[in-house]
Design a protein around this ligand. Structure first.
Ligand code: S3P
Length: 174
């Protein structure tokens, strides 16, 4: 596949670094990237946490799917970073495939993700405490692993290191 035609979505648990890997990758490839959560915030004119807390998770997932479809359809942006739950919805996975996006799972240990969740300024109502987050993490592993590619975020790897690996392996840019 030509480099210019390759389109990817980044998935993985909250705190794994999807958005920063997407930003570094876009820089390395000289292209645009969009974060689905940021897009939803702009469209809905409220924060993700606010949406989740006011309309609940089920309705949030519908909003998420609608916005994902808009981005996939427009498809002029080749790098999309998803929310941690986006890939867990079968309809979203079907759409991602249908629009020819390659899925990339950023895999990491729970402790690594939890550390980032704790340090981050982003509010995450579905990971309010460690045991809740751990439960989700364990439940989702088997769904994330359905992605086309896996990149393991090892201790000491930065988002830039991961972006470089993706650029080399998927986009064949050395
Ligand atoms: C969610 C992850 C969040 C955000 C929302 C729900 C999830 O995105 O979409 O709070 O269900 O895992 P990040 O993965 O960027 O934190």
């Amino acid at each position: 596949m030509e480099i210019s035609k390759q389109k990817i979505v980044l998935t993985g648990f909250m705190g794994v670094g999807k958005s920063s890997v997407a930003r570094h990758l876009a820089y390395l490839l000289g292209c645009e990237q969009i974060d689905l959560d940021d897009f939803i915030v702009k469209q809905e004119r409220r924060e993700i946490a606010q949406i989740l807390e006011t309309v609940g998770e089920r309705q949030f997932r519908r909003i998420e799917t609608e916005n994902l479809q808009k981005l996939l359809q427009a498809s002029d942006v080749p790098i999309l970073s998803l929310g941690g739950g986006t890939w867990t919805i079968a309809e979203n996975r079907r759409m991602i495939k249908k629009y020819d996006f390659t899925s990339v799972w950023l895999e990491s240990s729970f402790e690594h993700c939890w550390q980032n969740i704790r340090l981050s300024r982003k509010e995450r109502p579905l990971a309010k405490n460690k045991s809740e987050a751990r439960f989700l993490f364990d439940e989702r592993e088997k769904i994330y692993c359905l992605a086309d590619w896996h990149f393991i975020v090892r201790p000491g790897f930065t988002s830039f290191d991961i972006a470089k690996l993706i650029a080399e392996e998927i986009f064949c840019i050395i």
